[in-house]
Ligand binder design. Structure first.
Ligand code: ATP
Length: 154
């Protein structure tokens, strides 16, 4: 019986596995749960992940991430990081930072945008690294503003 039960458990294929999302930022665990669907902007374009997606590793772009969980659509702003889709429908997202819509402070993002634009305009940078960091700051701020405005309009 034990052997038979073990075989039955072992015969569970990857196809039966629910999509499991583990999403971490340096500060918190945002998800460690089964979800229906994940859509995220990667450097190679937007991808939507359902159970049994092919395995992949990709870098994330600052932009929108949407998780559908128990039928509810949960949009977020994400500022970059990595996604790994494993063969058994397990997905790991390591994000630099991520905020749900209601957590986005638009005023703070506007200040960050104005500061980055001013520094770029006035050439207040000395190295390529400082220039790239200002560009990245601007991109993060613009993504937060765009996503907050898109969903708060509704
Ligand atoms: P700032 O210059 O305003 O700090 P930043 O783009 O440099 O912006 P990040 O390094 O991306 O900030 O994020 C640092 C932390 O602050 C993260 O926890 C992130 O979620 C949070 N954060 C940054 N900007 C905002 C915002 N506009 N609204 C809500 N949380 C934010």
């Amino acid at each position: 019986m034990v052997i038979l039960r073990r075989r039955a458990e072992g015969s569970r294929t990857h196809k039966d596995m629910p999509l499991h999302l583990k999403m971490l930022t340096p500060e918190r665990t945002i998800y460690d749960a089964d979800v229906d669907q994940i859509t995220v902007a990667t450097m190679d374009g937007e991808i939507t992940i359902l159970p049994n997606h092919i395995p992949l590793i990709s870098a994330l772009k600052p932009g929108e991430m949407r998780v559908i969980k128990q039928g509810a659509d949960i949009p977020m702003a994400i500022t970059g990081g990595f996604i790994e889709v494993q063969p058994d429908s397990r997905v790991e997202v390591l994000a630099d930072a991520a905020e749900r819509i209601e957590e986005i402070d638009i005023e703070r993002a506007e200040v960050a945008r104005a500061r980055a634009e001013e520094y770029l305009r006035e050439k207040k940078f000395e190295t390529d690294v400082e220039y790239a960091s200002l560009q990245a700051q601007l991109e993060r701020a613009l993504a937060r503003i765009r996503i907050a405005k898109k969903y708060r309009k509704k």
